[in-house]
Design a protein around this ligand. Structure first.
Ligand code: GLU
Length: 462
């Protein structure tokens, strides 16, 4: 069974780079009928916070990404790590190192002065003398001194690391006993049954160290997939300004979960030239082998395009639900269908959609000066009066077509072009020249509100 994981360090919000690897991991597990598990890497007590963990869980909930089983918290697993540290010490695969901080600094400085790679010199690797007094030892693992460690990566192919160039006997437990990052990751991935690791390629250089741990403990290696980073349009690492913000900020901006997930799946993965993927299609088609080898480019207009697509195709009843998050409650509005049908094609975000709806639903308190100048010339007031008179005696106007018929009657009787009624009416109803079809607007407002706005405009402009 395929088991994948997402293993965030709860040091802040969930950003889209993290979300993308989470999505890839989720899809790959689900495609294979496997499990997607969540591990919170909260060993750095100074930097971790419960709020950050909560923020990650909240984002997952918003996006509908469910993890399987209980969440694993590394902070609760010290006993497990201690057991493996002891095992490696007992087996002679790890050892206590008594080098003092000063000595280590001195060693580094000498190596730097000699233009050598800075690394531990193995002083205590085979030490059997009397340890120096007053120093709490760290525990180091015996890493291979020569040869290569090959990461067989599902995205990048075989990546070979020379032991001389990158490895030394790295610390697996600090002087206070706290286990280190690469050590616990390897143990947890093994114990949690994770056999496919999909993560950002900023972790590629950690992988040979983790392989040293796997080998020392006799654990089989998982399959690794290291995903290239997301870049901005200038080819630089994505920054906050480009959109590397909190995933929940996308909700605030009015993006739908489907659009964001669809956008992210296409950042670094493709299936022919298909752009739109439902969740079922993603699960069906995703394969980590198809992850691009080079960095992907973040493009907001693509996200906007996808979001507009999803808004358009969301049923109105669901939009009503979603819009409550943007202060728009349409639940008991009897014309909500007409309203949403008129607007959903025009909105890039749910926030836009809410704003467009409010522009229609709220009686204008001012009028755009340019629009007034253009619309209220000639006999505009007379046209509005004629329309108002017809509307007031019309029997139960309800649909957009009812209002359209009234407008047509005025146009025919007064022998004017449609613009001659459309422009002043639009300014009267909306305070400006833009907006959806007036017949829909009037149907949404109903007769009384339409009459009120026409009367207000006549008063203001005659
Ligand atoms: N905790 C690491 C991070 O947040 C991820 C570790 C991993 O995926 O192996 O970057």
């Amino acid at each position: 069974m395929v088991v994948t994981r997402f293993a965030p360090s709860p040091t802040g919000y969930l950003h889209i780079g993290g979300l993308r690897t989470a999505l890839f991991s989720y899809l790959w597990a689900k495609k294979n009928g496997g499990n997607f598990v969540l591990r919170i890497e909260d060993t750095d007590k100074a930097r971790n916070s419960q709020e950050a963990t909560d923020a990650i869980l909240k984002a997952f909930e918003w996006l509908g990404l469910e993890h399987d089983g209980d969440i694993t918290y590394q902070s609760q697993r010290d006993d497990i790590y201690a057991k493996y540290i002891k095992q490696l010490l007992d087996e002679g695969k790890a050892y206590k190192c008594y080098m003092s901080k000063e000595e280590l600094t001195q060693l580094r400085e000498t190596q730097m002065a000699n233009k050598e790679r800075t690394k531990y010199n193995g002083k205590y690797r085979d030490f059997d003398g009397t340890p120096p007094e007053g120093i709490e030892p760290v525990i180091r693992i015996k890493a291979p001194l020569t040869g290569a460690i090959v990461v067989e990566d599902g995205v990048k192919g075989n990546v070979s690391f020379q032991a001389e160039d990158i490895l030394d006997d790295f610390v697996i437990a600090r002087a206070d006993g706290a286990p280190t990052y690469n050590f616990v990751v390897a143990i947890d991935d093994h114990l949690m049954g994770i056999n496919e690791v999909i993560r950002g390629d900023d972790h590629l250089s950690n992988t040979p160290k983790q392989i040293v741990v796997y080998n020392a403990l006799g654990f089989p290696l998982p399959t690794f997939y290291h995903v290239p980073m997301i870049h901005n349009a200038a080819g630089k690492k994505l920054s906050k300004r480009d959109g590397a913000t909190d995933v929940m900020a996308y909700k605030e901006m009015g993006y739908t979960p489907q659009a964001l997930l669809n956008f992210l799946v296409r950042l670094g993965w493709s299936h022919g030239d298909q752009e739109i993927f439902s969740m079922d299609e993603m699960k069906d088609l995703f394969h980590p082998k198809d992850i691009n080898k080079s960095a992907s480019i973040y493009a907001t207009d693509k996200l906007d395009w996808l979001n507009a697509h999803y808004i358009k195709s969301t049923p109105n009843a669901e939009l009503v639900e979603l819009l409550t998050a943007y202060d728009l409650v349409l639940t008991s509005h009897d014309k909500k269908e007409i309203l949403l049908d008129a607007l959903k094609e025009r909105a890039k975000t749910l926030k836009d959609l809410a704003a467009l709806a409010k522009e229609i639903l709220e009686t204008p308190t001012s009028y755009d000066a340019k629009a007034v100048k253009k619309a209220f010339k000639g006999n505009a007031i007379e046209v509005l009066n004629t329309f108002g008179a017809k509307l007031s005696v019309c029997e139960n106007p309800h649909l957009p077509t009812d209002y359209h018929t009234l407008m047509e009657e005025v146009v025919n009787e007064m022998e004017i072009g449609f613009g001659k009624i459309g422009q002043p009416l639009r300014v009267a109803l909306l305070g400006k020249m833009s907006g959806p079809g007036l017949d829909s607007v009037m149907a949404i407002l109903g007769r009384d509100e339409t009459m009120l706005r026409i009367t207000n405009a006549i008063t203001a402009h005659s």
